[in-house]
Design a protein around this ligand. Structure first.
Ligand SMILES: [Zn+2]
Length: 263
């Protein structure tokens, strides 16, 4: 099943791809396979402090790869004052375009709520001070995240891998945040998420793989790769009654704007 663009200049950006050696043996070939189907650029988020330097190193392989540095809420219990220093230090790299992923996950609660809130608030403060967007992981913690962002006053970022319902859109608009959809939007049971993608402000809409997880239909069961993002893009294009070229153009320019990508 192939998805073809009609305009030669069309390209797609994967706004959230974990291109790290713990998931991929040959990152260069995965990046090339994506480029072959016009997935031209990617933002590569670290998953914790230990992988921040690697995300930057991978981003340094190409002018079209960028890094986000942060510490996932699952491991928030390991986040301390030294972590803050380390993030400030790493953020000096010109390849770092965002802080994240960070956020709150009150579904798994792999760290306590207090630990997660402390680590998230700290990273949001760093993003504010550096004037960089924040990549937010939100699971069963939307109201808490909304309150913390409002309190810190850093209204620049994206809810990544969004699985929320249309009723949340008003508050997200109030924050001015972007929303990024993963392959979940292609799943048959995702009617609420599809409705959100259909109704939200189109100038805030991004697409991502969140690879190696969440492979879109029709490749569910296989490890995910940035090249499969075209299926997520095509699904949202059909929900919005747009062509895949139009949807690619809109999501790419939104991603470039949010992360100030030099593309
Ligand atoms: Zn992720």
């Amino acid at each position: 099943m192939s998805i073809n663009f009609t305009k030669p200049e069309t390209f797609v950006i994967d706004s959230h791809a974990h291109m790290l050696s713990q998931y991929y043996k040959d990152i260069g070939s995965v990046v090339q396979a994506a480029a072959d189907v016009k997935v031209k650029a990617m933002v590569i988020p670290a998953v914790n402090l230990a992988t921040c330097q690697e995300a930057i190193d991978v981003a340094n392989l190409s002018t079209n790869l960028f890094a986000a540095i942060g510490h996932h809420p699952h491991e928030a219990n390991e986040y301390d004052a030294r972590s803050e220093d380390r993030l400030y230090e790493l953020a000096k790299s010109p390849k770092v375009v965002a802080i994240g992923e960070t956020g709150l996950d009150f579904y798994y609660n792999l760290s306590t709520k207090d630990e997660q809130i402390r680590a998230f608030t700290s990273q949001l403060g760093i993003a504010k001070e550096l004037n960089k967007p924040v990549i937010v992981h939100c699971r069963d913690a939307f109201d808490e995240i909304f309150d913390i962002i409002t309190k810190v006053g850093h209204k620049l970022g994206v809810f990544h891998c969004f699985t929320g319902e249309p009723s949340m859109l008003e508050k997200i608009d109030e924050l001015g945040f972007y929303i990024s959809f993963s392959g979940i939007v292609t799943f048959p049971k995702s009617s609420q998420i599809q409705e959100t993608a259909r109704l939200m402000k189109i100038d805030k809409l991004l697409v991502e793989t969140d690879c190696p997880y969440l492979t879109p239909v029709p490749y569910r069961g296989k490890p995910n790769e940035p090249k499969y993002i075209l299926h997520t893009l095509a699904k949202i294009a059909s929900l919005r009654n747009l062509s895949v070229d139009e949807m690619a153009e809109i999501t790419s320019s939104n991603t470039i704007r949010l992360f100030s990508l030099p593309l």
